[in-house]
Design a protein around this ligand. Structure first.
Ligand SMILES: [Zn+2]
Length: 110
């Protein structure tokens, strides 16, 4: 295995476990493998000042999600509803699944 798989992926519901957004939950919209950072819906909002453009002739201030390092995020298990570490298990048919380390339930293929 050349690259280690990340413990979260796009579409996961995650909880922030450290930093200023600690304790907040959101859905992963995007992951950058190169920077190990994720965009989480409505979390870590940053203010951007937009220059006037055709779309917004006055320019303006917009709120946008800033990336959060994946080490600050923990997936929330859909079965037990708690933030958890994720393990992997290989099924009899060879498929790999992600499992919740709290309740041992299968989360999804992964
Ligand atoms: Zn669980």
């Amino acid at each position: 295995m050349s690259t280690s798989k990340m413990h979260i992926k796009k579409g996961d519901n995650v909880m922030v476990v450290s930093g200023k957004e600690k304790g907040k939950k959101g859905k992963v919209l995007l992951i950058s493998r190169s920077t190990s950072r994720a965009i989480v819906e409505a979390l870590n909002m940053m203010t951007h000042h937009e220059r006037p453009s055709r779309r917004s002739p006055q320019g303006g201030i917009v709120q946008r999600e800033a990336p959060i390092h994946v080490s600050n995020l923990m997936p929330i298990c859909g079965k037990c509803g708690k933030p958890t570490r994720v393990g992997r298990r290989i099924l009899e048919d060879g498929a790999t699944v992600r499992v919740c380390k709290r309740c041992s339930e299968i989360i999804d293929l992964g």
